[in-house]
Write a protein that binds this ligand. Structure first.
Ligand code: KG4
Ligand code: ZN
Length: 344
C-alpha cells in the first residue's frame, strides 16, 4: 500500500515553503524567500514577511504540485506550521492550509515548527531511532531537546537564555559589514580565517546546564572590532569570522554531546538554519565520533526553513494515527515544543 501524500506549508518567518512528501520520500520542495526585502533592515520585518507570504503562497503550492506531477485532488492530507513564529506570517500559512483542507475535504495537521525541523531529517536518513537528542539552532531558537517520540513526546533540556545562535550570526555579520542573513557570509569568510586568532568567550561552557548564551559573545566581538578600529587598524574579517564561528560551534557541539551522554542517548540530530554551518557540521561529526554518538544532520538546504519539514512531520502524525487538528485551531507564536500538534 502506498503511503498517503502529504502537502506541508511553512510560513513562520521569511520563507514561504511548500513540500510534498509520501512516507519518508520527498517529492517536491518549493521555496520563496522574502529575505532580500528584509536585508536593509538587518532583520526580518514581520509585516513585510506577512505580505510576501500572501503573494507567494498559492504560486508555491502550484509549483510544488507541478514539480511532483501531482494534482491537488491527489493530496491525502495537509500540514501547516501552527507555531512558533511571527504571528502575522503564521496566519497566512494556517488560513491558506485551512482553505485547501476545507475545499478538498482532507484532514489538516497544525504542527510545531521545531518538531518539523527534526522530522525533516527522516526524508534523508530514514526513521529517527528514539530516544534521540535534538539540537535546534536557527535565527529564532537554540534548543536542546530530548525526543522520546517525534509525534508527541519531546522535552526541552535547555535553550538560549538570550540571543539565538542564528541571531548572533546575523548581528556579528552586521558589525563586520557583511550582508543579512549573516550565517552564510560569515561561514564563507571564515574559510580563509584562523579560528584561533581571537579567543572569544564561551559562555555557560561548563555550567552544568544545557542552556546557551550568545549575547556576551556578540558583545565581545563588537568590543574587539571597536578596539581595533580605535587603534586605526583594519579589521581582519576572515579571522574574526573564523574565531566567532569556532566559539559558537564549540559550545553548541559540546553541550549537544554532553546531553547525549547525560541521558544515555546515542543519536543526535542537528537541524535549523545554523546547522547549515560548515564548522558546526565538521566539529559535530568529530565530537560525535569520539563519543560514540551517531550524528544525523539534514543537508543544508533542508536545515533552513522549508515546507518539506512540515510535510514530513504531517506524514509522521498521520502514520502514528494522530487525530487532525480541529477546524478552528489557532496559530500560536509561542507554541512550546512539548506541543507537537496544535489541538485548539
Ligand atoms: O531555520 P532558519 O532558516 O529560520 C529560522 O527559523 O530562524 O534559520 C535562519 C538562521 C539565520 O540566522 C541565518 O544567519 C542562519 O540560520 N544560517 C547560518 C548559515 N545559514 C543560515 N548560520 C551559520 N552558518 C550558515 N551557513
Ligand atoms: Zn526554523
Amino acid at each position: 500500500m502506498t503511503a498517503p501524500l502529504v502537502l506541508g506549508i511553512e510560513s513562520s518567518c521569511d520563507e514561504t515553503g511548500v513540500g510534498l512528501v509520501r512516507g519518508n520520500e520527498l517529492l517536491a520542495d518549493s521555496i520563496a524567500s522574502s529575505v532580500d526585502e528584509h536585508a536593509r533592515f538587518g532583520g526580518v520585518v514581520p509585516e513585510v514577511a506577512s505580505r510576501a507570504h500572501l503573494e507567494a503562497i498559492v504560486p508555491a503550492v502550484r509549483r510544488a504540485l507541478d514539480g511532483a506531477g501531482m494534482s491537488l485532488g491527489q493530496v491525502d492530507a495537509f500540514a501547516v506550521t501552527a507555531g512558533p513564529g511571527l504571528a502575522g506570517a503564521l496566519l497566512v500559512g494556517v488560513c491558506t492550509a485551512k482553505a485547501y483542507a476545507l475545499a478538498t475535504g482532507k484532514p489538516l495537521y497544525g504542527v510545531n515548527h521545531l518538531a518539523a525541523h527534526i522530522a525533516v531529517d527522516q526524508l534523508e536518513h530514514g526513521v529517527l531511532p528514539v530516544p534521540a537528542v535534538a539540537l535546534l539552532v536557527s535565527g529564532g531558537h537554540s534548543s536542546l531537546l530530548l525526543v522520546q517520540e517525534l509525534t508527541g513526546d519531546i522535552a526541552a533540556l535547555g535553550a538560549t537564555i538570550d540571543d539565538a545562535a542564528g541571531e548572533a550570526y546575523d548581528k556579528v555579520a552586521r558589525l563586520l559589514g557583511l550582508p543579512f542573513p549573516g550565517g552564510p557570509p560569515i561561514d564563507a569568510a571564515a574559510a580563509s580565517g584562523d579560528p584561533q586568532c581571537v579567543q572569544f568567550p564561551r559562555a555557560k561552557y561548563r555550567d552544568g546546564t544545557f542552556d546557551f548564551s550568545f549575547s556576551g559573545l556578540k558583545t565581545a566581538v563588537a568590543r574587539w572590532v571597536e578596539a581595533r578600529e580605535a587603534a586605526g587598524l583594519a579589521v581582519p574579517v576572515a579571522h574574526v569570522s573564523a574565531s566567532f564561528q569556532e566559539a559558537v560551534a564549540d559550545v553548541l557541539t559540546r553541550k549537544a554531546v554532553d546531553a547525549c551522554l547525560a541521558h544515555g542517548v546515542d543519536h543526535l540530530v542537528i537541524s535549523g538554519g545554523v546547522a547549515a554551518n560548515s564548522r558546526l557540521r565538521a566539529l559535530a561529526a568529530q565530537r560525535c565520533e569520539n563519543a560514540g554518538v551517531k550524528l544525523r544532520m539534514p543537508r543544508p538546504g533542508l536545515c533552513t526553513d522549508n515546507g518539506a519539514m512540515v510535510a514530513a512531520l504531517g506524514a509522521d502524525l498521520l502514520a502514528a494515527g494522530a487525530d487532525p487538528s480541529p477546524a478552528d485551531f489557532a496559530t500560536d507564536s509561542g507554541l512550546p515544543v512539548t506541543q507537537v500538534l496544535a489541538s485548539h
